[in-house]
Design a protein around this ligand. Structure first.
Ligand code: DX5
Ligand code: ZN
Length: 245
């Protein structure tokens, strides 16, 4: 083989390795926008078209809203095989988060603002068999948490102020996604970056280009006439933006 051809072969392998290293796009519809009296049907409506179900747990203390807790997560776990992506907007996650892992949540994400020792909670979550996610709200700088990211499987960056669905996406918050993705890539971290809030047909590409690879969408999925179709459309837009980024 000539030097040139050998060089090209090496290049081709490297490109393939790079492509293999990019994690698949995750689409996670938020049940917050579904009919709470029909959650099992809401799960079924997107089965096969999505990767995770995003479950927003709000305690009326960390955020003013109040949603659901362990009994509903337990019922959901029994009702669907779609992995549950639990987003805890609650105080004292050190006390409560591990319970969601024990119920079989695939991923448990808690807020940095609510916790003195996020690394300890991440260790408990992993020991209990779930992935560990760290969330940062609208006004929290990402720089404060870059050093502890190796302890986490996911970083959730709010693209609204946590608490309610149906709010408008804040594009400036994608700077945090860029910072986190650059940090994760340079440190070779295996880190998902999830964006949550106002993700829809007209915003998902910008989030994907910034470096997000997991996308929560409430209104854009459950507000659509065909939630599975809406989820597929979001995935296509994210995949296109990620492959051209
Ligand atoms: C809000 C929740 C979100 C919410 C997003 O604090 O964390 O998951 O469901 O809703 P949309 O997609 O409607 O902005
Ligand atoms: Zn959420």
């Amino acid at each position: 083989m000539s030097g040139l051809r050998r060089g090209f072969a090496t290049y081709t392998v490297r490109v393939a390795q790079f492509q293999a290293a990019q994690a698949d796009t995750v689409i996670a519809p938020s049940l917050l926008a579904a009919d709470f009296a029909r959650l099992a049907e809401a799960a079924e409506a997107v089965d096969g078209a999505v990767d995770w179900l995003h479950v927003d747990v709000m305690d009326n203390h960390f955020v003013p809203n109040l949603t659901l807790g362990p009994p509903v997560v337990k019922a959901l776990k029994a009702a669907t095989a779609i992995p549950l992506d639990c987003h805890l907007m609650i105080e004292d996650p050190a006390r409560w988060a591990v319970g969601y892992a024990e119920l079989g949540a695939y991923n448990v994400t808690f807020h940095a603002e609510a916790c003195d020792d996020p690394v300890a909670v991440a260790k408990d979550l992993r020991a209990a068999g779930s992935k560990a996610g760290l969330a940062i709200d609208r006004d929290t700088p990402v720089e404060d948490y870059l050093e502890i990211l190796p302890e986490f499987d996911m970083l959730l960056i709010m693209t609204i102020k946590a608490g309610f669905g149906g709010q408008s996406f804040i594009p400036e918050l994608l700077d945090k996604v860029r910072t986190a993705r650059t940090h994760a890539s340079s440190g070779h971290l295996d880190l998902r970056i999830e964006v949550d809030g106002g993700i829809a047909d007209d915003t998902i590409a910008a989030a994907a280009e910034a470096g997000a690879d997991a996308f929560v969408a409430g209104t854009a999925v459950y507000g659509a006439a065909d939630p599975a179709d809406a989820a597929r459309r979001l995935r296509a837009r994210a995949d296109a933006a990620r492959s051209s980024a």
